[in-house]
Design a protein around this ligand. Structure first.
Ligand SMILES: NC(=O)c1ccc[n+]([C@@H]2O[C@H](COP(=O)([O-])OP(=O)(O)OC[C@H]3O[C@@H](n4cnc5c(N)ncnc54)[C@H](O)[C@@H]3O)[C@@H](O)[C@H]2O)c1
Length: 382
């Protein structure tokens, strides 16, 4: 990428330090900017730890790791961080008021050549773009956590983004060894969260409505829907704070995208944030990552048809609204959520007629959130 040499990453938290690391591995010079030196020190420690692991696993030589580290310059001075930058990746907390403040500050110091990219998970790209003095040179690049390991990056143009900037973002992502998927429309939840977040809520409704246990539902999700783990387990792994934040933002944008169950807000308010706090849906004893014991036998005791139906309906919405095509949707679910086989294969296994029938029953009992998408009715007649 001849046009990008220096990259500035704003925010050195969970996402920012990981993005800085992978871009430095790809050879870019990085300015990593945060508001306090102590945050940067922590971020640099994490990067050092991760590079040492890569050396241990022979993915990098020690000389390469040293070179990578020397390319990342931590700093608190914004003006210095923005000097000569070709690409700015913003990874500050998911709060529109804070993002407003940050972009107003950027407008004062950034070169006119600098392209802006936001790693927001749920905020509207067009709205953030409008805060900048360059909405045509602004694009969403949604990395997944942890960026060092997750292959997928959703690229989301805002209403005014130039095609050349979309191309530049896609090329950059390929260059840093990730898989870009173009999310053609700036819709709530983009692609992956538009399927994942509503499923977490639906799983709680299934627990209430069907009287099933969490491990029954999770076993069925894992073994019958080809998920890498159960849905409650995945929510705990992701973090209930992240799920709660995404739910709130997505629901604010589009009431049809998620049917919020009050349990998420309750867990969040009680500080039960999942793996990281020791308790979420499940309890966790140690500091190490713990898996929930899910079995094929338990999977046989629960039919996850309602979960499949809700996932199918959202997938149908995404495709019929031109957000992406079926291949990119499957690729996103595989790389962003770890699905072991295609969602539409699961849909076919369970039968589209069965799925539509379940959505119609749910619609009659619980309202229009479950109204089957036209695309599913057409899929049925294919
Ligand atoms: N955590 C995830 O799982 C995840 C996944 C995908 C995308 N995202 C998105 O990435 C963004 C960052 O999330 P995170 O989880 O890394 O947050 P975080 O809270 O871990 O890190 C944010 C960092 O930004 C810093 N910061 C605050 N104001 C700043 C400023 N003016 N300039 C520079 N740095 C500033 C904070 O001090 C903090 O270190 C959010 O938009 C979030 O939605 C998060």
């Amino acid at each position: 990428m001849s046009s990008i040499n220096k990259v500035t990453v704003l925010g050195s938290g969970v996402m920012g330090h990981g993005i800085a690391q992978i871009a430095a591995i790809a050879g870019y010079d990085i300015a990593l900017r945060d508001i306090e030196k102590s945050f940067l020190d922590k971020a640099m420690d994490k990067i050092k730890w991760s590079l040492a692991k890569m050396v241990e696993k022979k993915k990098l030589t020690q000389t390469d790791a040293d070179r990578v580290l020397s390319r990342i310059i931590p700093m608190t001075d914004l003006q210095q961080a923005l000097k000569d930058t070709d690409l700015l990746i913003e990874a500050v907390p998911e709060d529109m008021d804070l993002k407003k403040k940050v972009y107003h500050e950027l407008n004062k110091y950034a070169d006119s050549k600098t392209v802006y990219a936001s790693n927001t998970s749920t905020l509207p790209i067009t709205e953030i773009g409008a805060l900048t003095d360059r909405p045509e040179r602004f694009v969403g690049v949604h990395f997944f956590n942890p960026p060092q390991l997750m292959q997928l990056v959703e690229v989301i143009p805002g209403g005014k983004t130039d095609q050349s900037i979309i191309d530049l973002a896609i090329n950059f992502i390929v260059h840093i060894g990730k898989q870009p998927v173009l999310c053609r429309k700036d819709v709530a939840g983009f692609i992956v969260n538009r399927i994942f977040i509503p499923l977490v809520h639906e799983a709680i409704y299934c627990k209430d409505r069907d009287g099933a246990s969490m491990t029954q539902i999770d076993s069925a999700v894992k073994f019958k829907m080809a998920f890498p783990m159960g849905i409650f387990e995945l929510a705990d792994f992701t973090g209930i704070d992240i799920i709660h934040k995404a739910t709130t933002e997505m629901y604010l944008r589009d009431k049809k995208v998620v049917n919020p169950h009050p349990m998420i807000k309750k867990l969040f308010e009680e500080g039960d944030l999942g793996q990281k706090s020791g308790k979420g849906f499940y309890e966790y004893k140690g500091n190490d990552y713990e898996r929930i014991n899910l079995t094929e036998d338990q999977a046989q005791t629960y039919n996850p048809i309602k979960l499949i139906a809700v996932a199918a309906n959202h997938a149908a919405w995404i495709i019929s609204n031109g957000v992406c095509d079926i291949q990119d949707l499957e690729l996103s679910l595989k790389l962003g959520m770890g699905l072991k086989s295609g969602l539409f294969k699961t849909i076919d296994n369970f039968g589209i007629e069965n799925i539509i029938k379940n959505l119609e029953h749910l619609q009659q009992s619980y309202g229009s959130f479950y109204e089957p998408e036209k695309y599913l009715l057409e899929y049925k007649s294919k």
